[in-house]
Design a protein around this ligand. Structure first.
Ligand SMILES: Nc1nc2c(ncn2[C@@H]2O[C@H](COP(=O)(O)OP(=O)(O)OP(=O)(O)O)[C@@H](O)[C@H]2O)c(=O)[nH]1
Length: 198
């Protein structure tokens, strides 16, 4: 468990969790964060330089969590600016675009970069996110699921930041996975079984 960033707010009600979003430049990381936090979509989103972060409170199992979401720059030239922010992470969204096969092929590189600089345990809560499902896809769901299975049975979800499809669900899924790994007793909203449905 990482205690660096975990703290209660002044009313003692909210647990702060650091969530890092990684993936190639242009896959939609900023748009996913902005859709989740502000419910807006920017058709002309600029490349991120370094990192940006936003907070959002969400509830799970009667407990309030503040997700501190760190959107990182995916372009290679910003590597030295983003990697110092990996330490102290509680969860990580490994993101690619379903219309861009090379962003899918690079998932392994992203995961390795994160594991190296964040120095996390083997059971760290990653979630793989296939974004831009509103566009014509060039990576199938089956291909993505197979990669996730081969790489430690990672959970997978498909999103569209443009249409807001599964954006909130992806952050909830990641939080549930974190809760499951941490042994928190939270009830699944789908099947009502404690900590199972991630
Ligand atoms: N059609 C579609 N376009 C999207 C979606 N998400 C993001 N985009 C577009 O993709 C482009 C890049 O989005 P960003 O969110 O800036 O990508 P990023 O991954 O943050 O890129 P870097 O900051 O360079 O790492 C923008 O033109 C967005 O409007 C989506 O779900 N569907």
């Amino acid at each position: 468990m990482n205690n660096n960033h975990r703290r209660q707010n002044s009313r003692g009600r909210s647990t702060v969790l650091k969530v890092v979003i990684l993936g190639d430049g242009g896959v939609g990381k900023s748009c996913l964060m902005n859709r989740f936090v502000t419910d807006r979509f920017d058709e002309h989103s600029f490349h991120t330089i370094g990192v940006e972060f936003l907070n959002k409170e969400i509830e799970l199992g009667g407990e309030t969590f503040t997700l501190q979401i760190w959107d990182t720059a995916g372009q290679e030239r910003f590597k030295s600016l983003r990697t110092p922010f990996y330490r102290g992470s509680d969860m990580c969204l490994l993101t690619f675009s379903v219309e861009d096969p090379s962003s899918f092929q690079n998932l392994d590189t992203w995961r390795k970069e994160f594991v190296y600089y964040a120095d996390v345990k083997a059971d760290f809560p990653f979630l793989v996110v296939g974004n831009k499902i509103d566009l014509e896809r060039r990576v199938t769901t089956e291909e993505a699921e197979a990669w996730c299975k081969e790489n430690g049975d990672l959970p997978y979800i498909e999103t569209s930041a443009r249409d807001a499809t599964n954006v909130e669900a992806s952050f909830m899924m990641c939080l549930r996975r974190w809760a499951n790994i941490e042994g928190r007793q939270v009830r699944c909203s789908h099947c009502d079984v404690i900590t199972h449905c991630v």
